[in-house]
Structure formats: C-alpha cells, structure tokens
Ligand binder design. Structure first.
Ligand SMILES: CC(C)(COP(=O)(O)OP(=O)(O)OC[C@H]1O[C@@H](n2cnc3c(N)ncnc32)[C@H](O)[C@@H]1OP(=O)(O)O)[C@@H](O)C(=O)NCCC(=O)NCCS
Length: 210
C-alpha cells in the first residue's frame, strides 16, 4: 500500500508524538469532490513519512460517483470540544499548516483546509484493500489514525471479509497501527516502491475491529 495505486492483493491482495493543550473533538465523514485539494495537500505533507502522496487529480477521480476508493477524512468538529480517543490537542488551529509541524519530514505546500487525517480503501470480490492512511504530523500519537482506519475498514466490510494492504518495510509507525488492527505480515514485495525499497504485504482475517 501507500507507494503505488496499482498492485493487486496477495491473492492477486520517541513512539508516537504526544501533545499538550486543550483537546478538540474530531469528526469523521466521507470525503466529497470539493475536498480533493485539501486531501492532496494533507497527503503531500505526509508523503515523505510514508503516505501515498496522491495528487489532487487522483483524489478528484476517486471522489466521483463510482470512483475506485472510499475515502474518509477527519476534521475538527467545530460544534464540540473535548478529549477522548482520536481527539487532538495540537491540530485544532494548526492543521492548515501541517507542513510546518514539528518532528516530521512533511513537505506539502498546499492548504489542508483543516483536515487532520484521511483513510482510503476499496472492496472488490469480497476482499478489502486499504490503500492510504495519513494523519497530520502534529496530530499523531493520539489514536486518530486507528480511529479513522477502523471506521473505514468497518464501512468497507472488513469485519466479514479478508483485508490486505502494502506498507513500506521501513514504516514502523504504520506497521504498528496495522498490527494493532489485526493485520499480520503475509509476504514481501521486492523493490515495490519507486525508490527501490521493499514493501510488506499485510493481511487481516474477518473479525471485530476496535
Ligand atoms: C501511520 C500513521 C497513520 C499513524 O497515525 P497515528 O494517529 O499516529 O496512530 P495512532 O495514534 O492511532 O496509533 C495507532 C497504534 O499504532 C501505534 N503507533 C503509532 N505510531 C507509532 C510509532 N511511531 N511507533 C510505534 N507505534 C506507533 C500506536 O502505539 C497505536 O497502538 P496502541 O493503540 O496499541 O497504542 C501516522 O504515523 C502517519 O500518518 N504516518 C505518515 C503516513 C503513513 O505512513 N501512512 C501509512 C502508509 S502505509
């Protein structure tokens, strides 16, 4: 996953940052075509850390009716504040400038439009594919990646279908997230990534997500 949009599934399929400050509630919703630019900006800001780095054009295509991926996004919920899992103490006011976040090799230049996280995936032939996950650097380590990924996988049917993904061998944070969700390493794709590095194939059997 996350280095390429193509690629079939296995069958053919300092730790996370902690932050201080008042926690802001986060809302997760399905992305709309008008979110494409902000999604691409967030993705670009996370690409050096391991996200797919999809362009705005790719997002626009995906967000058309019948597009290949279901895409969810997380944004600050203006209607409520408060803590809880997946809330964020730092990103409420800084998400539109995630490229300047601390401790990250973020490189995006566009505005993320207040987006805090995204997750994308698809279902075909009774198999779920997780194709992208990204959390704004300043919001990591608060459970948001897990929360949006669980929500996406549930909507795609992962609790009753097998699921798979590809992840770079050097992306420990993402592998930890996926292991937390029940994914296990099932194989390795040699030189899968544009820089020649390998990716791991991880699979998950149907079952409850939490
Ligand atoms: C991978 C990523 C999405 C994780 O998002 P996050 O919001 O920080 O993750 P969470 O806080 O929800 O953590 C989920 C689990 O992964 C673990 N984890 C997350 N980051 C970790 C890290 N850097 N090191 C070790 N474990 C980590 C957490 O401990 C947590 O497990 P727990 O629930 O048992 O405590 C985020 O780091 C990111 O956006 N990275 C750049 C883009 C990317 O690599 N995407 C994946 C492409 S395949």
């Amino acid at each position: 996953m996350c280095a390429s949009r193509v690629g079939a599934g296995p069958a053919g399929a300092s730790g996370p940052g902690r932050h201080s400050g008042a926690a802001v509630a986060v809302r997760i919703r399905q992305a709309m075509p008008e979110d494409a630019a902000a999604l691409a900006a967030l993705d670009a800001s996370c690409a050096a850390d391991g996200s797919s780095g999809w362009s705005e054009g790719i997002y626009r295509t995906d967000l058309q009716p019948g597009g290949p991926n279901l895409i969810l996004l997380a944004e600050a919920d203006e209607a409520s504040t408060g803590g809880g899992e997946g809330s964020c103490g730092s990103c409420s006011s800084s998400s539109s400038s995630s490229s300047s976040s601390s401790g990250s090799s973020s490189s995006g230049s566009g505005s993320t439009g207040g987006l805090l996280a995204l997750a994308a995936g698809s279902e075909a032939g009774g198999e779920v594919s997780l194709t992208n996950v990204a959390v704004a650097a300043e919001c990591r380590g608060a459970g948001l990646g897990r929360r949006i990924t669980v929500e996406l996988l549930r909507r795609l049917g992962s609790e009753r279908c097998p699921s798979f993904l590809e992840v770079r061998v050097d992306n420990a944070a993402a592998q930890a997230l996926y292991a937390r969700l029940g994914f296990e390493v099932a194989g390795r794709r040699k030189r899968y990534n544009p820089d020649g590095s390998d990716s791991l194939v991880m699979t998950r059997q149907p079952g409850p997500l939490s």
